[in-house]
Design a protein around this ligand. Structure first.
Ligand code: PMV
Length: 314
């Protein structure tokens, strides 16, 4: 009763910010993301009658993990305790949210260890209960999350897009996204955002379908700035950017004027995700070297979703 699964983190092209139902983590709006090849979590879960208590990886949100294991114990009506170990392919101190890859890998490993035969849709529903954005790390490639479940729009082979994550700060974010989601209604700009999103979603889906990079880039920057506008006008306001974040955002506009097709997006932290097509990655890297204040850089392609890589049947 032991299984190991690997799951990617994902970058939101259309962001999830705010919940309709906090307990069930039902989002206010659909979101769309790309799985990241270089940011994965590998998790092993073992259930046994011999274990006296749950032993889970330290440093990660212990209570939330045990709550998640309980969901699987409830449906299988087992009281077996679990041992769980987990490893990120990226430095945990890189300031990249590991909850998406973490809860997606945990969901896959725990259900495989218990012999559960869930559909992909059901797995996304379970992952969502652990952490909202985790449901987008289960299907392959480019993924849309609507309501209770997520599904793949296109496999990772659809379009050679790159996400160059520019790490400008290694420290943990001061305000967790869970706490931030709950205060979204205090922003006077939320209603406008929700009214604008359906059109933005139509445009990003069109850009993905036709592989129109300019349209893709314009939508992801508009969306990033809109989500951060809402965050910054919440009460209390949430400012995730630092000086280097802003320097890079400005520089990206200059680089585009100079003929380099690259756009940015930013999640709940100061690190900048630079998105370009595969053929332009080297040029983006060369240009990036002129910026002071960068701590490290992670190169991602679009990646498959979560999958089981090892099972022990007894
Ligand atoms: O899944 P959470 O609660 O970590 O929220 C994710 C929030 C953002 O990263 C800002 C946006 C997103 O859709 O991933």
């Amino acid at each position: 009763m032991k299984a190991t699964a690997v799951a990617p983190a994902n970058i939101a092209l259309i962001k999830y910010w705010g919940k309709k139902d906090s307990t069930l983590r039902i989002p206010l709006n659909p979101s769309i993301s790309m799985n990241l090849s270089a940011c994965t979590t590998t998790t092993t879960v073992e259930f046994s009658d011999d274990f006296e208590k749950d032993v889970v990886t330290e440093g990660f949100d212990r209570q939330r993990i045990i709550q998640h294991l309980d969901r699987f114990r409830t449906i299988t009506q087992t009281h077996k305790k679990a041992r769980m170990s987990t490893k990120n392919s990226f430095p945990t101190s890189a300031g990249i949210a590991s909850s998406a890859s973490g809860f997606a890998a945990l969901t896959m490993a725990a259900s495989a260890a218990l012999g559960l035969k869930f559909s992909e849709k059901e797995l996304t529903g379970f992952a969502r209960l652990g952490s909202g954005s985790a449901c987008r790390s289960i299907p392959d490639g480019f993924v849309k999350w609507e309501g209770e479940a997520a599904h793949s729009l296109y496999p990772e082979t659809h379009w050679d897009l790159r996400d160059i994550i520019v790490i400008v700060e290694h420290t943990e974010k001061k305000v967790s996204s869970s706490a931030g989601h709950d205060l979204v209604h205090t922003s006077p700009n939320l209603q406008k955002r929700l009214a604008d999103l359906p059109n933005r979603i139509v445009r990003i889906e069109e850009a993905l379908r036709t592989k129109n990079f300019q349209m893709f880039g314009e939508v992801i920057e508009e969306e990033c700035l809109d989500m951060h506008h809402v965050m910054q006008t919440q009460n209390p306001p949430l400012f995730y950017w630092n000086d280097t974040t802003k320097t890079i955002m400005d520089a990206v506009r200059t680089w585009r004027k100079e003929g380099l097709p690259v756009y940015f997006t930013i999640d709940a932290g100061p690190n900048v995700h630079l998105m370009c097509e595969g053929m332009d990655e080297r040029r983006v890297l060369e240009t990036l070297k002129t910026i002071v204040g960068i701590e490290s850089i992670i190169f991602n392609k679009s990646a498959p979703g979560a999958h089981v890589i090892e099972m022990h049947l007894f």
